[in-house]
Design a protein around this ligand. Structure first.
Ligand SMILES: NC(=O)c1ccc[n+]([C@@H]2O[C@H](COP(=O)([O-])OP(=O)(O)OC[C@H]3O[C@@H](n4cnc5c(N)ncnc54)[C@H](OP(=O)(O)O)[C@@H]3O)[C@@H](O)[C@H]2O)c1
Length: 319
């Protein structure tokens, strides 16, 4: 399968790509070459600089480039995995075209979330650049023989599901949720999801996925909001005051945020609609059974660990 892989956007400590990198560090002997694309013109705090030193010490290649559009950094890699965050997603078609020129024939686009084909997800602002990227790959596959890509569908990462961006005020034990207490979502811990992702890299492409998309749907469980708050209350020992709001009322927030030029608020409003309509519930069947040696932790265990970790506590607004 893929012997040489390049990860983009995976060196910020605590990002999803960083979780994948941490899994690769544990055992990367399967791959002959693992590189990390690093743009040296981007800001780097001490934790990122330390991470880069760790990756180099573990034998990984740091591929420095300030130009995503040049084929040069992608040369010699079979597969490029993109982990760019929301503000960088628009660059994916440029990256894909440059990497194709360099000879890359498989991509993991920066998705790692809901199934884009479920409900109204395909037309939501939150997924605009993810959809455009899939469309771009579909187009390029009509022009480039043997081009294929992996859609890695996980639902939501448990650690991200309880942050302020999604209506949680953990410091004051309050939450404003668009939807109902019975609303469900699919959750999996970030480290477990990263473990599964690394395993998918080792699976050969089937004949059906050559020249097109292969999809993995891998998650952990489908708790309701009521269940999530019961867990949070056990984990923190405190009661949460939860206000449930009409999902459709979030529709007005998105154009308001757009007019104000606030992209994060626009994305948050769009996510409220997706989440409130259960758009992050991953349809079954799931592919977890392909990797029976992985036993994902439950929501409570993941949150207990995250609420006890300094980095994630800060991120939850607790310190
Ligand atoms: N389903 C879920 O619950 C969930 C949760 C988290 C993430 N995800 C998905 O995982 C992927 C990565 O998300 P993340 O939250 O880990 O990302 P992130 O931390 O926001 O960003 C990852 C990296 O992308 C690079 N980047 C971001 N904006 C950029 C720009 N404008 N120009 C150049 N580089 C830019 C940055 O790299 P440098 O600054 O280091 O250069 C950044 O460290 C996304 O597809 C996201 O939707 C899903």
């Amino acid at each position: 399968m893929f012997k040489s892989i390049l990860l983009i956007g995976a060196t910020r400590v605590g990002s999803f790509g960083d979780y994948v990198a941490q899994e690769l560090i544990k055992d990367s002997t399967y791959f002959s070459r693992v590189g990390f694309f690093v743009d040296p013109s981007r800001p780097a705090d001490e934790s990122k600089r330390a991470r880069l030193r760790e990756l180099q010490a573990a034998g990984f290649e740091i591929v420095e480039s300030t130009n995503f559009a040049s084929p040069e950094p992608y040369k010699g890699f079979d597969c490029v995995l993109i982990f760019l965050g929301n503000h960088g997603l628009y660059m994916q078609p440029t990256i894909i075209d440059a990497a194709i020129k360099a000879g890359v024939r498989h991509f993991y686009p920066s998705e790692y979330g809901a199934d884009l084909t479920v409900g109204e997800n395909w037309t939501q602002r939150y997924y605009k650049y993810k959809v455009e990227t899939r469309e771009h790959l579909t187009l390029r596959a009509t022009q480039v023989a043997d081009l294929s890509w992996t859609a890695y569908v996980l639902g939501r990462l448990t650690e991200w599901s309880v942050i302020s961006h999604f209506g949680f005020d953990n410091k004051n034990r309050k939450a404003r949720i668009y939807g109902r207490s019975s609303g469900r979502q699919s959750l999996i811990g970030a480290a477990d999801s990263a473990k599964y992702l690394v395993e998918t890299l080792k699976e050969p492409l089937s004949d059906d996925s050559k020249g097109k998309q292969r999809t993995y749907r891998i998650s952990g469980s489908n708790p309701t909001y009521a269940e999530i708050f019961e867990i949070l209350e056990r984990v923190t020992g405190k009661k949460y005051e939860v206000t449930y709001l009409d999902v459709e009322s979030a529709k007005e927030e998105e154009p308001q945020a757009k007019r104000a030029g606030d992209i994060d608020a626009e994305l948050a409003a769009s996510h409220k609609l997706i989440q409130g309509r259960e758009g992050t519930l991953v349809p079954k069947p799931w592919d977890n059974d392909r990797f029976p040696h992985i036993h994902p932790k439950g929501v409570e265990e993941v949150l207990r660990e995250a609420f006890a970790t300094e980095r994630t506590r800060k991120w939850f607004g607790l310190e």
